[in-house]
Design a binder for this molecule. Structure first.
Ligand code: KIV
Ligand code: ZN
Length: 515
């Protein structure tokens, strides 16, 4: 078996998904889970793109030690210097430099000649080499580039010190056979190619990202880039869990192995769905809710006689465990702590106290508290940015009836500690609630997206809501859970506003609104 390295870019390309914005604590929790999953390299962000990205990459680089941490940079000294500042504390500082090589990008986007693209790439690889031991150079839009030009520039950047060459299918345009041929050509043509590793990076615009990645592996590529759940720009990136499980299940055919701990896939997928608000569809390969469900009578009959009749992947292989031990009303602090530790998550004493309290509140309404419920509570606490002051929901009441006008009354504590109260109407319960909250909050708020999910099944399931709000013109995501759907919705709304406040640290409360 040849070992294929997994380069995860969930925190960079994945975070570029429309509507996703993670705070640095959420990014850190994802990074820790990626480390548990066993990815070889994680791209923690694009340090020069924003202050927030810089801080998140630095925090991850300083914390994660068993996985190589990298950051993206354009071929400029400024980007490289910023990336170094963010990554210098990493166990193995690694830089990911990119520049476009296709005629359309060079002519219209960069407005520079192919010779200038070569010069800029070579100069910046040499510059970065003064600090970074590992440098990946990517030819953006490689699959729409001239192969001879690619061969020419690759030879030069290798001489300048690049250690990995990545040829992305930036717009998801290529096909498996064509992508495979491109790597074959590069390996045959570039004289110094044996000095580097080759990497593939595929987008899913035509639904071929995973197939293209595997075709690249069959043609000498030893590193696959992608994201968990396949999230990413536009139609997303190659789903790493699909690549890894395909190689494992068809090891009779493919002689390649990844270092991923496959039974951490479910946990990784759930965490990323939860924190990004991008839930996977029920029929998603490997990890969708229906991936192990057998509906037709003939299939069910076959599976009962021998699971392998219709099941090529066992749920346990990817960490889908049906016989979890529930906790309930009588479970003590010790059992709760053991459960949290079994997730590989560390809590401070205060966080544990808070989590246990929320768990106990849940057991008042829910007989069997599942792993998913506890994980949701714990993650909420771990990723709650500690604002000095923020909005807090004191109480609310919603009146709804088909023949009446839905009305919500909310009592809210402002970041300045004032309690405000008012009531508003709406076309439905959620609108009435959100209209009331928005009246009490000074910022200019507009709801862009709203989602409601249940954590696990059953009528007593915990509700989880995700919203995207425009706060003073800036898109902010919010997440909230509660046993009641309206309370979860209110929590998500306030979470988005509080995230804005934490980022800006400025808020002007409205005058107390009289009822
Ligand atoms: O898709 C792409 O080309 C990229 C590069 C920045 C590597 O994400
Ligand atoms: Zn990409």
């Amino acid at each position: 078996m040849s070992r294929i390295k997994i380069f995860d870019t969930t925190l960079r390309d994945g975070e570029q998904s429309p509507g996703v914005n993670l705070n640095k604590l959420e990014k850190l929790e994802i990074a820790k889970q990626l480390e548990r999953l066993g990815v070889d390299i994680m791209e923690a962000g694009f340090p020069a793109s924003s202050k927030g990205d810089f801080q998140a990459v630095k925090l991850i680089a300083d914390t994660i030690k068993d996985t190589s941490v990298t950051g993206l940079a354009r071929t400029t000294k400024g980007d490289i210097d910023t990336a170094w500042e963010a990554l210098k504390g990493a166990a193995e500082p690694r830089l990911h430099l990119f520049l476009a090589t296709s005629p359309i990008h060079m002519t219209y986007k960069l407005k520079i000649t192919p010779e200038q693209v070569i010069e800029q790439s070579v100069n910046m690889v040499s510059y970065a080499k003064q600090r970074f031991p590992q440098i990946e150079w990517s030819a953006e839009d490689a699959t729409r580039s001239d192969w001879n030009f690619l061969a020419q520039i690759i030879e030069k950047v290798i001489d300048a010190g690049a250690t990995v060459i990545n040829l992305p299918d930036t717009v998801g345009y290529t096909t498996p056979a064509e992508y495979g041929k491109m790597f074959h050509f590069i390996r045959e043509t570039v004289p110094n190619i044996d000095r580097v590793s080759l990497s593939c990076h595929c987008h899913d615009d035509l639904g071929m990202a995973v197939a293209n990645s595997i075709a690249a592996v069959e043609n000498g590529v030893t590193q696959v880039e992608g994201t968990i759940n396949g999230i990413g720009e536009r139609a997303g990136n190659a789903a790493l869990e699909e690549v890894a499980v395909a190689l494992k299940i068809r090891s009779d055919y493919y002689q390649y192995d990844t270092g991923l701990k496959l039974d951490e896939i479910k946990r990784s997928s759930d965490l990323i769905s939860k924190l990004t608000g991008m839930y996977v569809q029920a029929n998603k390969a490997i990890i969708g809710r229906n991936a192990f469900a057998h509906e037709s009578g003939i299939h069910q009959d076959g599976v009962l006689k021998n699971t392998e009749t219709y099941e090529i992947i066992t749920p346990e292989l990817v960490g889908v465990n049906s016989n979890t031990l529930f906790l309930g009303k009588h479970s003590g602090r010790h059992a709760f702590k053991d459960k949290v530790e079994s997730f590989g998550i560390e809590l401070t004493d205060d966080q544990l106290k808070e989590a246990f309290q929320r768990f106990k509140q849940l057991t008042d309404h829910k007989k069997e508290v599942t792993d998913d419920d506890i994980y949701t509570i714990v993650m909420e606490i771990k990723t709650e940015a500690q604002a000095v002051s923020k909005y807090e929901l004191k109480s609310f009441q919603v009146q709804y009836g088909q023949a009446t006008i839905p009305t919500a009354t909310v009592s809210l504590v402002t970041p300045q500690g004032k309690t405000l109260q008012t009531a508003c109407t709406g076309k439905g319960s959620v609108e009435a609630l959100y209209n009331t909250l928005s009246t009490l909050i000074e910022e200019e708020l507009k709801l862009l997206d709203y989602q409601l999910n249940s954590v696990g099944g059953g009528k007593d399931a915990l509700a989880e809501s995700h919203v995207q709000l425009s706060v003073n013109g800036e898109a902010m995501n919010g997440r909230g859970s509660a046993q009641d759907v309206l309370e979860a919705s209110a929590n998500a709304y306030l979470n988005a506003v509080n995230r804005y406040i934490i980022t800006k640290q400025s808020v002007k409360p409205k005058e107390v609104v009289k009822q």
